[in-house]
Design a protein around this ligand. Structure first.
Ligand SMILES: Cc1cc2nc3c(=O)[nH]c(=O)nc-3n(C[C@H](O)[C@H](O)[C@H](O)COP(=O)(O)OP(=O)(O)OC[C@H]3O[C@@H](n4cnc5c(N)ncnc54)[C@H](O)[C@@H]3O)c2cc1C
Length: 460
């Protein structure tokens, strides 16, 4: 395989083809440290033409390609296998903001731009790119597209799929597909860009995207509320929707166990503890004071128990930190079996009830850390302590997953609401996805990538 390195280096420049153990180390292990790979090399192209040349070379020599963005996937989607025959193509040098069209409210960016850089470019044009994730300083637009990322403002603005107008993609044979339009309406045939959103790099390599921008909201009202049950949480969601319409931008839920984790690692940070804590945010044009007053009046009229309304930007940031640090706090507290499930919002209480009961019956004393984007029906539902002292946790992974995914399936939910499938959930997808839908996906894969060089070993 070493005779392949010189032509690859000729495409990207010797300094941008990484081969030493030290240089490739950041690219070969996933964020959670569960998957480790051993690639042929890591290529760092700086233009779409370089990406296309790399892919053409790989297609000619049947070298498998693993596209990689910020490597924040929580399910091993961007990690190469151990064969030493896969080329990681990491997009971080492909990171120009190509254009901001303020009048059309669009931005065209290269795939290796971090999400934070795209948010900042939009803000400097006085506009908003609303996708927001706790990993936004590291994750990249190409990764966000390939996982159809969601995050904190889906309730109002939708997922990456809804935020995307056009894409530029290098196909598995090295052709450049130019679907980089900035159109909000287009009935000229099938919308081919949709194939690549959520495909986890298995159908092509995204090199650029045109994304929707929005007016910057000038007012925010952010509150942390305590409620007694999941039923009350969903009733509060519906009441907020009725009162505030699409001003309701985020609706997050954190269980009491999550709050105990905050109390353990940051004593005093939480103003109260309740069976469920809700982080609610409204956004609008106009001024902060009147939006906050409206929320305050609504809360008073509803007579909710515990609650804190952020009075200024730093209090708002502090409330959001409580929610956004959940993954990190959990990581500090030891390993867990993670799920990123989605059910209809109305079914969240039934899911929590049935799944919690089934898990406790199978693993008495099990710890369930449930939190997430409840307004989208999406919960991160993480399990630990299946045995005393959290020993041998992953030996129970299949049994835990079988319980959780069966409950999700019963409620017509999804086992991958926003993090994708990757290496972690491929076999579960085969079990629970509709067979006809799987057949369509396989047919598309066969049509676009008959040599199966794009991100093999994942779920397609
Ligand atoms: C602390 C933390 C919080 C998170 N919170 C959220 C959240 O709220 N919402 C959410 O949706 N996700 C969240 N995630 C998951 C993760 O950040 C997202 O899935 C993100 O979209 C991945 O982007 P990335 O650039 O890191 O992609 P990577 O991890 O590098 O890759 C992900 C997948 O995309 C493919 N890919 C990457 N770039 C390209 C490209 N240019 N062309 C084709 N395929 C490509 C890879 O092959 C892989 O299959 C979180 C992760 C962490 C660690």
């Amino acid at each position: 395989m070493t005779d392949l390195l010189a032509p690859l280096a000729a495409i990207v420049g010797a300094a941008n083809l990484l081969t030493t153990p030290h240089d490739i180390a950041p690219f070969i292990t996933d964020y959670r440290g569960r998957y480790h790979g051993s690639p042929l090399a890591v290529a760092l192209p700086a233009s779409s033409d370089e990406v296309a040349a790399l892919v053409r070379f790989c297609a000619a020599h049947r070298i498998a390609i693993v596209p990689q963005g910020g490597n924040t996937s929580t399910c091993g989607a961007a990690t190469p296998d151990g064969s030493g025959r896969q080329l990681v193509i990491a997009l971080r040098r492909l990171n120009r903001i190509r254009a901001v069209d303020a009048a059309n409210q669009t931005i065209t960016v290269e795939a290796g731009c971090t999400l934070a850089a795209v948010q900042a470019a939009a803000a400097s044009a006085g506009l908003l790119f609303p996708l927001s994730l706790a990993s936004e300083g590291s994750c990249q637009i190409g990764g966000n597209l390939s996982t159809n990322a969601g995050g904190l403002a889906v309730l109002r603005f939708g997922t990456m799929r809804e935020l995307t107008l056009g894409l530029e993609v290098v196909l598995p044979d090295g052709q450049l597909l130019d679907a980089l339009t900035a159109l909000r309406k287009d009935t000229s045939g099938l919308d081919v860009k949709q194939l690549f959103i959520g495909a986890e790099g298995q159908l092509g390599l995204i090199t650029a995207a045109t994304l929707k921008l929005f007016p910057q909201p000038t007012a925010h009202a952010t509150a942390l509320l305590g409620v007694a049950s999941a039923d009350e949480a969903i009733a509060t969601l519906n009441a907020l929707q009725a009162a505030f319409g699409d001003r309701l931008t985020s609706f997050e839920m954190m269980s009491e166990v999550c709050q105990q984790l905050v109390a353990k690692y940051q004593p005093g940070a939480l103003p109260f503890q309740a069976p469920w804590a809700l982080l609610v945010e409204l956004s609008d044009s106009g001024d902060n004071t009147s939006l906050q007053e409206r929320l305050l009046q609504w809360l008073a009229a509803r007579g909710l128990g515990d609650g804190v309304l952020a009075q200024n930007d730093s209090e708002r940031t502090r409330l959001w930190q409580l929610r956004e640090q959940m993954s990190e706090l959990q990581k500090r507290d030891g390993p867990s079996i993670k799920h990123d499930i989605g059910v209809p919002t109305s079914a969240i209480p039934a899911f929590l009830d049935a799944c919690g009961t089934a898990l406790q019956a199978a693993f008495p004393g099990v710890r369930i850390v449930a939190f997430g984007h409840a307004g989208d029906g999406n919960l991160h539902y993480n399990i630990s302590h299946t045995r005393p002292g959290n020993a041998g946790l992953f030996a129970d992974e299949d049994a835990v997953n079988a319980i959780v995914y069966e409950q999700v399936h019963r409620l017509r939910g999804t086992l991958a609401a926003e993090h994708g499938v990757g290496q972690l959930k491929g076999h579960w997808l085969q079990r629970y996805k509709d067979p006809a839908a799987l057949a369509v996906m396989r047919a598309v894969k066969q049509a676009l990538d008959p040599q199966r060089i794009m991100n093999p070993g994942k779920w397609l």
